[in-house]
Ligand binder design. Sequence first.
Ligand code: 5GP
Length: 242
Amino acid sequence: MKQGNLLYTGKAKSVYRTDIKGKLIVEFRDDITAFDGGKKDVLANKGSYNAEVSAFIFEYLGKNGVKTHFVKMLDPRRMIVRELSMIPLEVIVRNVAAGSIVRNLPFREGTELDPPVIVIDLKDDSRHDPMLNDDLIVALGLATPGEIKKMKGIALEINRLLADLLSMQGITLVDFKIEFGRQGKTIYLGDEISMDSMRLWDRKTGESLDKDVYRFDKGDVLKVYDSVMKRIAHPTTKTAKK
Ligand code: 5GP
C-alpha cells in the first residue's frame, strides 16, 4: 500500500489517502497538546506509544464485537484504517468524577459514578468543545436519535471491556473520549483510544497515567506513557487478552 496525499492534520495525528479506495493511513505524530492547543510540545516516540496502545485496544474491542476502523499497523506509528465520514462529536464516558465535570459541576474529584455518566461534546476547539444534549445534536443535524442511542450503547460496551482490561493491570479507567464515523449506515469507532484520550489512575498509588501528567506537569510524561504502553499492550497476566 502506498501513502498518498495528506487528507487532514489534527493536533497529534495526520491522516493520508492511500492507493486503495476506502482505506486511509493514520500517522501518530510526536506532538502533544493540551488546553485546546494552548500548551504544546514534541516528545520523541510519544506517537508510537499511543499508536501501539490504540492498535492493541482496537484489536481487543474488535475481538469482542465492537466495529472499529482499525485494519492493521503499517509501522510503529502508522496504521491502516477504514475511511469513515466522521461525526464531529466527542463521546465521553465517566466512571469517576475528574477533569472538566469537577471544574464545571458540583462533583467532588474521585467520586465513583455508578452507573457511568456519558457526556457528549461538540468537537470544535474554536468553541472549546461545548457540552451538547441529545436535542441539540439532532437540531444541529449531527446525528439521528437512533444513531445517538447506538453510539451511547457502543460507548458503554467499550467502557465495560476497557475497564475490565485495565483493571487486570491495576489501572482504574476514570474516563475516556471516543469518536465515531459512518460508512454507509453503519457506525464505526474511529480516531484513537490512547493515553491522550483516556484518564487513568494507578489503583494502588492513585498516580495519573495519562495526559494529565503533561497537562499539570505531574512528572515525566514519556516515561509514564512508555510504562503504561507496556502494562496495556504487553500485559503480564494472560487473562488480559480475552
Ligand atoms: P475532560 O472533559 O475531563 O477534560 O475530559 C474527559 C476525558 O476525555 C479525558 O480522558 C480526556 O483526556 C478526554 N478528552 C476530552 N476532550 C478531549 C480532546 O479534545 N482530545 C482528546 N484526545 N481527549 C479528550
